[in-house]
Design a protein around this ligand. Sequence first.
Ligand SMILES: [Zn+2]
Length: 168
Amino acid sequence: MTVLLLNASFEPLRVITIRRALGLVLTSKAELIERDGNRVIRSAGGAEFEMPAVIRLRRFVSIPFQATAPLSRRTLLARDAHRCQVLGCTRSGQTVDHVIPRSRGGLHEWCNVTLMCVRHNSQKSDRLLEELGWKLVQQPQVPRGRQVLLARAGLREPPALWEPYLAA
Ligand SMILES: [Zn+2]
């Protein structure tokens, strides 16, 4: 379970742990905006707190604009929803495939990486999709907009409670 942290301006900043969110609320650095239903969280001392889903900083912080997310296994798993991206395959995607193989000059960048299951990745080896007659579910793209925040957090789909606070 994670919490969406908003700037004082209501702009989404990042996804944080519940522990960190409670720390911010208890020290009055942030306020609770959305609670997660009627769930409560109990401290070691027995105190009960409302489970936060969205919190907002009381003071505005200036952060540099993040055009996209760094490419990593974690962020790629989020972009491709943990699924093998070969059209028609229903297995989970556990391996990173370079669409244009690195041996043929393909780069390790968002537009050239896609998730594949172990079987498809080993079948593909250093061949091109056209050579195998395969198609991908979607053309690999650089995460933009809300995808940046979600990919950074390793999430494909946000909890429903976050939706009103996330831009397209
Ligand atoms: Zn597959």
